[in-house]
Design a protein around this ligand. Structure first.
Ligand code: SAM
Length: 263
């Protein structure tokens, strides 16, 4: 992942920090589902990598919640939320936040009982970020993560073909590619569950607006500037498949759990 792509991701998420929670219903549902894999106690030290606005806190409890994210804007929103929201502030004894890149975590080896990450690693080199998460996880602890797979936003990708041959939507890994990257990280996943989620909109414009509101509008290695004129947007609306006059977006989501053995 190049520095310019990382900067772009960080900028888009920082711009989206204020609108994120209002638009991130799917992301919240994915965290709630993933949190069922967590084994937590009042003593647990939890690291949330790519924590965004710290939504994991709503579905977990423990001693320390350490959030880290590449986006300063997301961290600021998260800090404000855990200090002020009733659903959040009593779930952990202590909260810390730090700006950090998932590829190079600034934490000591074997320091967290749980390392969690939801819908952040589809922009990362998966082998590297898994190795980092595993390194900072204590023996006997767990790494739980979710990421997006190749069938995500396939309808949008297909509709863009009507416009040009440029890359307008990220390329997500297939489950086979994910398995290869996990093998390269030299860890064993105890859970690899693929769930297809769908979200519905009145128009493609509404879908694109939501992607921007959650900061997920970065296209890694975008070929050219691909601004949408009114005419292009209309072409996209016409090309997008509709059911009952609604636009549907698919989100193929992987839920995974790695239990780190006690030596
Ligand atoms: C879709 S949001 C998910 C946030 C949160 N985990 C949730 O599910 O609500 C993705 C988050 O990952 C962060 N992110 C992306 N690349 C990252 C990286 N290399 N290191 C750390 N955070 C990263 C973004 O800044 C953003 O806050």
């Amino acid at each position: 992942m190049s520095l310019s792509n990382k900067q772009l991701i960080s900028e888009h998420f920082s711009k989206a920090a204020a609108s994120y929670d209002g638009a991130a219903q799917l992301q919240l549902a994915v965290i709630e589902r993933a949190s069922k894999y967590l084994t937590l106690s009042t003593k647990s030290k939890v690291l949330d990598v790519g924590c965004g606005t710290a939504n994991l806190v709503k579905f977990s409890q423990g001693n320390l919640y350490q959030g880290c994210d590449i986006s300063q804007g997301m961290l600021k929103t998260a800090q404000h939320k855990v200090a002020t929201c009733a659903d959040y502030k009593n779930n952990f004894r202590q909260f810390n936040f730090e700006q950090a890149d998932a590829h190079d975590l600034p934490f000591a080896d074997n320091s967290f009982d749980v390392v969690f990450s939801s819908l952040a690693w589809q922009w990362c080199d998966l082998t590297k970020v898994i190795q980092q998460a595993y390194r900072v996880c204590k023996p006997g602890g767990q790494v739980v993560f979710t990421t997006l797979l190749a069938n995500t936003l396939v309808e949008l990708k297909q509709a863009f073909v009507a416009l040009d041959t440029n890359n307008h939507v990220n390329n997500f890994l297939t489950i086979e590619e994910v398995k290869q990257q996990i093998a390269q990280a030299e860890v064993t996943c105890d859970v690899l569950e693929v769930i297809d989620h769908q979200t519905h909109y009145d128009s493609v414009k509404a879908l694109l607006k939501e992607l921007k509101a959650i900061g997920a509008n970065t296209v890694v290695n975008r070929d050219k500037s691909t601004g949408l004129t009114r005419a292009k947007l209309q072409k996209l609306e016409n090309a997008y498949p509709r059911h009952s006059n609604k636009v549907t977006a698919s989100w193929q989501t992987l839920y995974s759990c790695i239990n780190k053995p006690l030596k």
